[in-house]
Design a protein around this ligand. Sequence first.
Ligand code: GDD
Ligand code: MN
Length: 370
Amino acid sequence: MKLLIAVPTYNEIENIEPFIKLVFVHIPSWAEILVIDDNSPDGTADAVERLAEQYPGRLHLLKRSGKQGLALAYLAAFEWGISRNFDVFLEMDADFSHNPGYIPEMLEKIQSCDVVVGSRNIKGGKVEGFSLIRNLISKGGSLYSRLVLGCPVKDLTGGFNMWRKSALEKIGLTTIISRGYSFQIEMKYKAFLAGCAMTEIPIVFSDRKKGKSKMSRKIMLEAFVNVWKMKGASGRDTGMDQFVKFAVTGGLGTITNLVVFFLCADLSGLPEIPVSVGCFLIAVTQNYIINHRWSFKTQTAGTGLSIKRWCIYTAGSLLGLAVNIIIMKLVLLNWELQYKFIAQACGIAAGMVVNYILSKYAVFRKRENR
Ligand code: GDD
Ligand code: MN
């Protein structure tokens, strides 16, 4: 096995020498380090060149013409390493935030998976020294991207990750659209989509003591937007998307129900009960069609509308209504509420969950061999 540790640097003169020396203490003799420097004005590259004499053949420098962002630095490093037959790659910051003491454990884990993620957001992992606001941004960013992308990795934004060459090849590095830190999210999301086996190990991330973070508002904004681009490019719906679309469809159904009711009962003077039943059927039919064509499109692709499935959907809606009424009644019986509509809201929520589950797993279930 050949390991390449890729370390991007921009103005890390205060950290780079002691950092590299410390990393060499923790890694096996068959591991090498590549520093990718974007022509740091503070002379980081020169320091690396000087130090390289002490580690012949094991410390390399890739100089780039100017600050081009984290993503291009890493992509250049991967390309550099792949062409030199490295089979495992480790991403690492140069500012001591990533403790090289974790490398042996990561190497052990990579034997049985494709990607090892150093994770601050699982049990045993944490962040030290972040201000409250930076912590919020980091945690919020992770949660936001996880929810939008529907990706189970707990630390999507982290930058201490180990990759097998085969995982990098599966991802398709030329498809990466990120230029800033959203690169970390995109790599992990694409690895997840490509079916890579991913393992998270807990790490303690300590904020840098020296030098400055290169995080900027521009980088955050890019990440915020890119998450949606990645999602769009994947053509994949998450459970969250389906639920939101399902809820919107239900809302539209309610509007149709009320409009038809107004037209028939108020304007035309027809009797309310048959009108109400008719409205229910019209709304259910509309919901069935929109859910089939839109909310659960990724599951129903290639199948048509069917009377049988409409019947199941309608039965499901009636069941949802029954649950709605039962829960509403139970809430009223057990709590003394100032307003009854609160109980009705609980009923609606419960009925909706029942409907959603039936829709997802019964009515619009993905069918094999089509
Ligand atoms: N070559 C190059 N070019 N290196 C860069 C650039 C660039 O444009 N921008 C940053 N770096 C280097 C820094 O010199 C450092 O070694 C590393 O990338 C991380 O940069 P920091 O500025 O220290 O990042 P951070 O501490 O704010 O962010 C950390 O957390 C992020 C969010 O969790 C890192 O772990 C990121 O990888 C992570 O995405
Ligand atoms: Mn840092």
